[in-house]
Write a protein that binds this ligand. Structure first.
Ligand SMILES: [Zn+2]
Length: 148
């Protein structure tokens, strides 16, 4: 059994834990000052794990860490794009419209969906009028940026 140190979720296979760490259990920091708190959180987790291990009468103690690697990547959650498959936890609630467009016109497709509310759970672009027949998109660059 493999357990995520951050959220305590358990996995039967190591590769499932690695996939979880790379996708679902990321830590998001919004400014550089939060990096120090994040590193302290990691060290607390390691310290607690070392204490837990010592309490099991192993006779082993953690003297020092020789190497700790933390990968930090730029996170851009508001990047517009085409269809993205949502996790089942979200789609099963049937509370989110997620249109299967394969172009950069997602904003236009969603405006049309607001005007012509879709039914069902699988939202195809063919279910509604084409955005170009409903909206005048002249002068608008797609995908829409936050400037608009
Ligand atoms: Zn986790």
């Amino acid at each position: 059994m493999f357990t995520c140190s951050s959220c305590q979720k358990s996995f039967s296979r190591k590769d499932n834990l690695i996939r979880h760490l790379k996708n679902a259990c990321k830590k998001v920091i919004c400014n550089s000052s939060a990096t120090k708190d994040l590193v302290e959180d990691f060290l607390t987790i390691i310290d607690n794990k070392a204490d837990e291990f010592a309490e099991k009468d192993s006779g082993w103690i953690l003297l020092n860490l020789l190497f700790l690697e933390i990968n930090i990547n730029k996170f851009n959650p508001l990047r517009a794009s085409s269809f993205i498959q949502l996790p089942p936890e979200i789609t099963q609630r049937q509370a989110v419209v997620n249109i299967r467009n394969n172009d950069d016109y997602c904003f236009a497709w969603y405006v049309v969906a607001a005007l012509h509310p879709p039914t069902g759970v699988d939202f195809q672009t063919s279910s509604n009028p084409h955005y170009s027949t409903v909206l005048n998109t002249t002068g608008i660059d797609f995908p829409i940026t936050l400037r608009h």
